[in-house]
Design a protein around this ligand. Structure first.
Ligand SMILES: [Cu+2]
Length: 163
């Protein structure tokens, strides 16, 4: 009887521990990450992805980091007075409870500033996203061909960076 009780108690604690880990790990899900190959000499690149917030609390994407660039920023593009402008999202990008935010060409993106080498089609970028509540979420971003998602900024060098 004691042994049986011990087995049940152990099983319950394992179940509790694993469900907790699952709940934490699953609150933020990142889907369909991709980036685009850059021409030789380009100093910047961008990464796109979809963030799903499975929890009942809103969260915020505060920033990102990667070995491939000196600095990463969360950027937003929008048309201001007929011109496409790009600016840093200050205070974090909010991800509504139970909702999702899509980072895509012409809207939000993770900007890779100071690329250490060109992004090559077929390779991948290790990226760590930093969320206010979910903490750090590491993903692997495949690099697609140059020109994929043509409706924005090749290289983005022609654009003014607004602060
Ligand atoms: Cu940008």
């Amino acid at each position: 009887m004691r042994l049986l009780l011990h087995i049940i108690t152990t099983a319950l604690s394992i179940a509790a521990a694993s469900s907790l880990a699952f709940a934490q790990g699953a609150s933020i899900q990142v889907e369909q990450p991709w980036s685009r190959a850059t021409p030789a000499g380009a100093s910047t690149g961008a990464a796109y992805l979809t963030i799903n917030n499975k929890s009942h609390d809103a969260d915020r994407l505060l920033g990102a980091s990667s070995d491939v660039a000196d600095k990463l920023q969360i950027h937003e593009m929008k048309v201001v007075n007929g011109n496409m402008e790009m600016r840093e999202v200050t205070g974090g990008l909010s991800i509504p409870a139970g909702g999702s935010v899509v980072l895509k060409p012409g809207r939000y993106h993770v900007m890779l500033i100071g690329l250490k080498k060109p992004l090559k089609e077929g390779e991948t970028i290790p990226l760590t996203l930093d969320f206010e509540k979910a903490g750090k979420v590491s993903i692997t971003v495949p690099i697609r061909a140059m020109g994929t998602g043509h409706d924005d900024m090749p290289g983005m060098g022609h654009m003014d960076m607004k602060k």
